[in-house]
Write a protein that binds this ligand. Structure first.
Ligand SMILES: [Zn+2]
Ligand SMILES: [Zn+2]
Length: 160
C-alpha cells in the first residue's frame, strides 16, 4: 500500500533508539507481522492529513465518511497497533485522552492547558539528542522521548 512506503526499514521488532542512533536508522520501522488492511490504510491516510494530534474519536468521524460500517473500537485498535509498530506516535497524557501523531520524527509538543490542543514545536526548537558518552543512557534501552511544553495557545492566551 502506497502509504506504508514511508516505512523504509524492517529490522528487528525491538529496534529502539540506541545511544548513537541517527534519524535514518530509527524512525522508520514496522513490525514484521503487521498486515496492511484496507481499514488500516484508510485510518493511517486520514491521520496523515492531521497536524493537530487528533484522538481516535476524531479519526473515527472522518473515516466513517469513507468506510461507513467501521466502528470506533476498530479505529482505536488500529491506531494502537500502528503506534505499537512505530508507524505513528501515541501521545499519552496523564488521565487525558490518547492522541495520535503521524510525525514520528523526534519533535516536541506544546499542549494548551485551556483547549487541550497539541501543536508541534517549530523545528528550530531542538529536541535533546542522546549523548553517546552518557553511561546511564547507554545502559538502557531508550524507545522515545517526550518533550512537552504546556501553557496557553495563541487563541487562549489572549495576547493576540
Ligand atoms: Zn488553547
Ligand atoms: Zn507531533
Amino acid at each position: 500500500m502506497a502509504v506504508l512506503t514511508l516505512i523504509k526499514k524492517d529490522p528487528a521488532l525491538d529496534i529502539c533508539i540506541d545511544s548513537n542512533y541517527n534519524d535514518n536508522d530509527y524512525y522508520f520501522y514496522q513490525r514484521r507481522d503487521m498486515r496492511t488492511t484496507k481499514q488500516r490504510t484508510v485510518i493511517l491516510e486520514q491521520l496523515m492529513t492531521h497536524k493537530d494530534h487528533p484522538g481516535a474519536d476524531i479519526i473515527y468521524e472522518e473515516v466513517r465518511q469513507i468506510l461507513p460500517r467501521i466502528s470506533l473500537g476498530t479505529v482505536y485498535r488500529n491506531l494502537e497497533l500502528l503506534s505499537e509498530a512505530g508507524t505513528i506516535l501515541k501521545l499519552e497524557q496523564g488521565g487525558g485522552q490518547k492522541r495520535f501523531d503521524p510525525n514520528t520524527h523526534p519533535h516536541g509538543h506544546f499542549r494548551c492547558l485551556t483547549c487541550g490542543k497539541i501543536e508541534d514545536l517549530p523545528e528550530r526548537i531542538l529536541v535533546p539528542q542522546l549523548a553517546d558518552s552518557d553511561e546511564w543512557l547507554s545502559s538502557r534501552k531508550v524507545c522515545g522521548i517526550n518533550l512537552e511544553y504546556t501553557g496557553y495557545c495563541l487563541e487562549c492566551s489572549g495576547w493576540e
